[in-house]
Design a protein around this ligand. Structure first.
Ligand SMILES: [Zn+2]
Length: 212
């Protein structure tokens, strides 16, 4: 069955009403459909797995099944969202909104950072390079070395190395349009190590010795 047809069936099933805030709209332009179990986790295009949400409630919907159940059971009054609905009517705002949602689902990722591969639009650790990344973080953190020296050792530019060391993707976070979300991918670096590396980078920059 094609997508517009599935959408039409789901909207009808839910009486053109957002299942969280009860926002109702016959034409359904502001309504979206959401997979309760995302397709990348094996969720199907079946009636019981798809639900109608307005674009705002959809935006904030958690990706994980159990959290989503909690989310959908906490009903809110759609009227409190009305001013927000008005303000995001311009096309550009709407586009950013949709893309953000995509990034949350992992759909907007087109380039994998070093240490990951993209398989079925999902970031997956690259077994060959994952080790190198964790070695990089550990070495920078524990050894008395500069960004410059470490970059040379790994055949990277200093700037390239710095970008890796501050990339939150490695702790499982996706950044898009300045906002961060928990990604669906597996972290390579522990938050503790990442934090230590950030502190070291900051203190080196402060003392202006990272370009030595
Ligand atoms: Zn809603």
């Amino acid at each position: 069955m094609n997508w517009p047809r599935i959408r039409e069936i789901i909207l009808k099933k839910d009486n053109y009403t957002c299942q969280k805030c009860s926002f109702h709209e016959e034409k359904g332009k502001e309504l979206e459909i959401h997979h309760i179990i995302p397709k990348i986790y094996g969720g199907k295009d079946q009636l019981e797995n798809i639900i109608t949400l307005c674009s705002i409630c959809h935006h904030f919907a958690p990706d994980h099944n159990e959290e989503f159940k909690k989310y959908i059971n906490e009903k809110i009054n759609g009227k409190i969202l009305n001013s927000f609905r008005e303000s995001k009517k311009s096309i550009s705002q709407k586009t950013t909104f949709g893309m953000e949602r995509k990034s949350k689902e992992g759909g907007a990722i087109t380039k994998a950072p070093l240490g990951y591969k993209i398989i079925n639009k999902l970031l997956v650790p690259d077994p060959e390079k994952e080790q190198q990344i964790s070695q990089l973080f550990t070495e920078f953190c524990t050894e008395n070395t500069s960004l410059n020296r470490l970059a040379k050792k790994y055949g990277l530019t200093t700037n390239g190395l710095k970008k890796i060391l501050i990339n939150k993707t490695y702790i499982g976070i996706i950044t898009f349009a300045g906002k961060t979300n928990k990604g669906l991918h597996q972290p390579i670096i522990s938050e503790e190590l990442f934090q230590q590396v950030q502190e070291k980078i900051n203190s080196l920059s402060k003392n202006k010795i990272y370009l030595e």
